[in-house]
Design a protein around this ligand. Sequence first.
Ligand code: ACM
Ligand code: ZN
Length: 344
Amino acid sequence: KAAVKRTLDLMAQHKLNVFHWHLTDSQGWRLPVAKYPLLTTVGATRPYSKNQKDLADRYENGTYGPFAYTAEEIREVVAYARERHIRVVPEVDFPGHSRATLDAYPQYRCFPDGKGAPKGAVGNVFCLGNDEAVAFMEDVFDEVVRLFPESEFVHIGGDEVNKVNWRACPKCQARMKALGIKTENDLQAWFSRRLGRHLAKRGKRVLGWDELILDGEPPADMVAMSWRGAEGGRAAAKAGLGAVMCPHFYCYFDYMQCLADDPAVYPWFTERLSLEKAYSYDPLAGIPPEQHRFILGGQCCNWSEYTCNETELQWKMWPRTCATAEVFWSPASARDYADFVRRM
Ligand code: ACM
Ligand code: ZN
């Protein structure tokens, strides 16, 4: 909580006025949900992983957690942000990126006991053919609505869903048949639109990762977060929907700068994301002028599963986030890297 607050102070200093709080992922669940206590015990503990041996070895005992916020801490952070004119947009990432969630509640996977599971089955995706799994996810969003009453937006995730389970799951296939849906992408889109309606009834508008606009019919009135490139943002603007730009090549500051003092080698993406590269981003490139109004803003992302402490977190954020602030708050004609470096 203290590190989040210090980050909010630095954000305010740089006129960054929205804090997108990614509260759940495969590596850990941090959101308190009264009805589902295992989320913040089992789901908030990351077991030792051979895949992440280098990192796990940096933690005592090779496990991490349980770590989760309490409801009081969430409210405190939201109030702290509000005092600094920062809105908080909470995210719960469903139906993929959910290994931690489903380790706590495995009954919501397609093949809970492994029987009938296809080759290459994954453990991080919900079964969308299971009514109880869908009800669980709606319950979680009801808690999000209670914990974040002032947020206009709720982020529903939706990225990188591996559909191998769904293709083999009798329940998912039965759902598709009942809905007259031909593809698994459309099954996810059905679910996203359903969540969108659920949240609209509770006064919230949804944000979602660009899969929700590029891979199927999006929820009504959604805002797309364009992360795989600029395509999601362009598609959203063209459709008259809002977009937030954060293409990973320019905006993911967990990626290395490839300087001598990078805190850790990022294992999955080794292309250099230098300060200059961050500064070179043009969020309006390729968007026709009459559609610029649909580009609501942009963000930099700091996925923290390879970040061990606050020093590493802040090292990754700054000064690249200074570049992000200038990119999104100034016209392209006013941006000059040499001048920026001089001022830095
Ligand atoms: C993402 O980086 N998977 C949104
Ligand atoms: Zn299923």
